[in-house]
Design a protein around this ligand. Structure first.
Ligand code: GTP
Length: 406
């Protein structure tokens, strides 16, 4: 196994991204939304921190520094041997634009890395990074991409990959109009440091195209997309390889997918980090995560697939299953929360019922599956809310189903 110096980059986007997570992302930046009890950005960070030879992790996005500072402080404490910082783009530069301006110097300062991992934030995966490194060390390409297999009907929503038996990428097409492959871009990449040369070539190429194309002239010349502007030409030049995984993988774009991702990670904790899970007892069904500061009545029944945040209070006889309950919320006696996300500081009254459907396999437009209560929603006793999105600060006393409650 190579122990070449490696650095990691996590792309977190900014406030104009993650719109499908609204209303949750109105009060909590998407990278900090709790998935299996940990901020979304913690999962790639913890995976990177285990990579042999990894010295530094740079988180890049266009959130204000103050949004990310608390997380960075906690992460530095948790992973003291790795440099961890947040670098801010002052406007969205695309998935590769920040490499030339915002993070180039930090990445290339000593120890100069041989390898650079790039991780999207909005995916849930087993993060097979050491396996990607092994494959990367064996071929002579510039980059290795994580490939995952999805259903044929959904493949064209992703970057599609066609490869040969040696794992060489033959074609890469971002969201093609018609089906070309079930193997898609998993949003994790490992590059040689010559990535910076490829980005420079892509920038020059874009400038040349802009000279002829008035539409491109309207776009800032600093914006660059890793997928279309860098990986497409690298694949065409036969310089990209793919590491195909059959392990679990999901995009985390919607509230419903956050509940699914929480379940997948909680299940994974059973083998890789059982100490993170609440201990099994008559009333806690694993896998479940319960923050140590939460107060759970001994007669409540929690789990499986539940993540309970800091300061949450769960009353007598409460039932919670397949759900995320965020910081400071109270679920009062005999209430029931299933297939739902309860946002920060909500109050679910006695005998109330908050439930929904599990995430559907395919996006069914307009249909709400998981119920989401945004920040500071109050439910009166015995209220039933089923498959609804409830906006912040609402007080509900009537039963509702399949609605967005403004
Ligand atoms: P959609 O299906 O349109 O959402 O596309 P996608 O799944 O390919 O995702 P997208 O390209 O929007 O984002 C991929 C990753 O890059 C995510 O982790 C985003 O948070 C991040 N990202 C997207 N745009 C930017 C950007 O301008 N700057 C930074 N730093 N990150 C970005």
């Amino acid at each position: 196994m190579s122990t070449a110096v490696t650095k990691g980059v996590i792309l977190v986007g900014g406030p104009s991204k993650g719109t499908r997570m609204r209303p949750l992302s109105l009060d909590c930046a998407k990278p900090l939304l709790p998935i299996a009890g940990k901020p979304m950005v913690w999962h790639p960070l913890a995976a990177l921190a285990k990579v042999p030879g990894l010295t530094e992790i740079l988180i890049i996005g266009f959130y204000e520094d103050s949004v990310m500072s608390g997380f960075i402080k906690d992460a530095k404490r948790e992973f003291p041997n790795i440099g961890i910082s947040y670098l801010r783009e002052y406007r969205p530069l695309g998935t590769a634009g920040g490499f030339t301006t915002v993070i180039r110097d930090s990445i290339l300062r000593p120890p100069v890395p041989q390898n650079i991992f790039i991780c999207n934030i909005d995916i849930c995966s087993s993060w097979p990074l050491t396996e990607m490194m092994e494959l990367h060390g064996k071929h002579r390409g510039v980059g290795t991409i994580l490939g995952v297999n999805v259903k044929k009907e959904t493949a064209t929503n992703y970057g599609c990959i066609v490869s040969d038996p040696s794992s060489l990428v033959l074609h890469y097409v971002e969201k093609p109009e018609s089906w070309i492959s079930n193997m898609v871009n998993g949003g994790v990449y490992l590059f040689d440091k010559s990535l910076f040369d490829e980005i420079k070539i892509a920038m020059d190429d874009k400038a040349a195209r802009a000279a002829e194309d008035p539409l491109l002239q309207l776009q800032s010349d600093e914006i660059l997309q890793l997928e279309q502007d860098v990986i497409v030409p690298l694949a065409a030049a036969k310089k990209m390889y793919v590491y195909e995984t059959n392990d679990f993988w999901r995009q985390i774009k919607t509230a419903a997918s956050a509940v699914t991702a929480s379940r997948l990670y909680l299940n994974r904790f059973k083998t890789i980090a059982p100490e993170l899970l609440a201990s099994s007892s008559a009333v806690i069904i694993p896998p479940s995560y319960i923050d140590p500061s939460a107060i759970i009545d001994p007669t409540a029944k929690i789990g499986p697939n539940v993540a309970i945040g800091p300061g949450v209070r769960i009353g007598e006889g409460v039932r919670v299953k397949d759900a995320i309950v965020m910081e400071g919320s109270t679920i009062e006696r005999h209430a029931c929360v299933l297939n739902s996300i309860v946002g920060n500081n909500c109050q679910v009254g006695p005998w109330a019922r908050v439930d929904g459907e599990p995430e559907p396999e395919q996006d069914s437009k307009g249909k709400i599956s998981v119920t989401v209560l945004a920040t500071e929603v109050t439910l009166a006793p015995e209220t039933l809310v089923r498959s609804c999105i409830v906006l912040p600060n609402k007080s509900l006393s009537k039963n509702s189903a399949n609605q967005v409650l403004l």
